[in-house]
Design a protein around this ligand. Structure first.
Ligand code: KMT
Ligand code: NI
Length: 182
């Protein structure tokens, strides 16, 4: 994992877009973003760790998602563009990277990072929890391949509420998120 300020230079979303300004784990924590590394080992201890993590946080369900050119065919480019549309969810977004790598961009709030994109580079063995109500987007990197486990509490509710297409600031999840920040 590495987190840094996105450079906002126009160009392919899959490039690094590295401004050179790193963001520390504490800043992510203040935004309600939880990160942990659970290395994927041959012995399968990672599965026990994920089971314990899921049990501890009450995540009862999980599935896997693979985003690759081979898997998505002609739909690939439009699919990765849709993941990159800024949005929020009414529930947490939990991802454990099983293979490949990609970027989750989250919006900073307050201080020097207010409404700036913070780019979080995740690879195999990285676990992230994005809180409900945080503005974010996802993209693969230039390797064009990621497989992730998606965990969720009960029914999967993946509905993305696009910031540009609706009044997402008026959503309860947004208000609750902002109330929880100090
Ligand atoms: C999402 O919600 O944007 C995704 O699940 C993308 C693929 S998960 C690495
Ligand atoms: Ni999302």
């Amino acid at each position: 994992m590495r987190a840094y300020i996105y450079d906002n230079v126009p160009g392919d979303q899959r490039e690094l877009h590295d401004s050179g300004e790193d963001v520390d784990k504490q800043t992510l924590e203040r935004l309600g973003v939880f990160y942990q590394q659970i290395p994927i080992d041959q012995e399968g201890r990672w599965e026990t760790s994920i089971d314990e993590f899921a049990k501890g946080r009450g995540y009862k369900n999980r599935d896997r998602i693979t985003v690759t050119k081979a898997g998505l065919g002609d739909a690939y480019e439009s699919k990765i563009k849709s993941f990159f549309d800024e949005h929020l969810h009414e529930d947490e977004e939990i991802r454990y990277i099983l293979d490949g790598s990609g970027f989750f961009d989250v919006r900073g709030h307050g201080g020097p990072y207010d409404d700036k994109w913070i780019r979080i580079w995740l690879e195999k063995g990285d676990l992230i929890v994005l809180p409900a109500g945080i503005y974010h987007r996802f993209t693969v990197d230039t390797a064009n391949a990621i497989t992730a486990m998606r965990l969720f509490q009960d029914e999967p509710k993946w509905t993305p509420h696009s910031r540009s297409e609706s009044d997402t600031d008026a959503r309860e999840a947004r208000a609750t998120y902002l109330d929880g920040l100090r």
